[in-house]
Design a protein around this ligand. Structure first.
Ligand SMILES: [Zn+2]
Length: 248
């Protein structure tokens, strides 16, 4: 963690002097004499867990260990595990790619929320948008295209009414499956993603708290598009602006 936060050489986060020394798990600057801890000035500043427990907890989250398993492994309360898993989600970087080429798009419904999602075929690029009501209309679908689908893409959807004539709203070539005629080939990848999303939420978090659904979706999409970020706690921390720059 020290290497991720400070790089090769420690420095004082107050005055940037490299004249620092360690005493009893705290650091002090010889130049400005101020004390600091390893995590001063990072988003882990207020952490109350030991670093060993923190590392185990982060390992569990990166490896998709379910909440109930993590509680047992780390000897923590459910509240603490859910709090930290949420912190880890909220510190993920934002990736909002523009999709091009062949793109599959579909929507899914969760209680009072709807989810629009699109995937560029043969790639790990996904775009998604949560809509805070239980249906999606054509202008919301079109707006999603404006944001995330490059003009001249080939857009593949099911025969849903919200996609009818969508190529008049945005310059794409629209192809559609008619499910009642047992056509599914054009949307199979995106429908598989929705299935995997539901399984991910159920397995890891056990139930979907509606207010957190947008966060679960972001986490799921990043796990899919940037798996290297989740390969170890250090790879995750390196991507989350943990680096110490300046306390001011
Ligand atoms: Zn200093």
């Amino acid at each position: 963690m020290r290497r991720i936060i400070f790089g090769k050489n420690m420095f004082c986060p107050w005055c940037h002097s490299r004249q620092v020394y360690c005493s009893e798990n705290r650091y002090r600057c010889r130049h400005c004499r101020k004390p600091f801890s390893l995590l001063s000035g990072t988003w882990l500043n207020d952490i109350k867990l030991s670093l060993r427990t923190f590392w185990s907890l982060l390992w569990c989250w990166t490896q998709k260990i379910p909440v109930l398993q993590t509680i047992k492994l780390c000897h923590l309360s459910e509240k603490t595990v859910r709090f930290w898993f949420r912190e880890f989600r909220l510190h993920l970087p934002d990736l909002e790619p523009i999709l091009s080429g062949q793109v599959q798009m579909d929507e899914a419904y969760f209680k009072n929320l709807s989810l629009l999602m699109a995937k560029q075929i043969g790639s790990k690029k996904i775009a998604r948008q949560v809509i805070f009501k239980n249906s999606v209309n054509k202008s919301e679908a079109a707006n999603f295209l404006f944001q995330y689908i490059q003009p001249k893409s080939i857009l593949q959807t099911d025969g849903g009414g919200i996609y009818r004539g969508i190529n008049n709203w945005w310059p794409v070539t629209h192809k559609k499956d008619i499910h009642r005629k047992f056509e599914f080939g054009l949307t199979s990848e995106i429908e598989g993603m929705f299935g995997n999303l539901r399984t991910f939420i159920r397995r890891m978090y056990h139930h979907a708290t509606p207010e957190y659904l947008p966060e679960y979706v972001s986490e799921f999409c990043l796990r899919f598009s940037s798996p290297e970020m989740f390969s170890s706690p250090s790879n995750y921390l390196a991507k989350t602006n943990l680096a110490c720059s300046n306390l001011y």
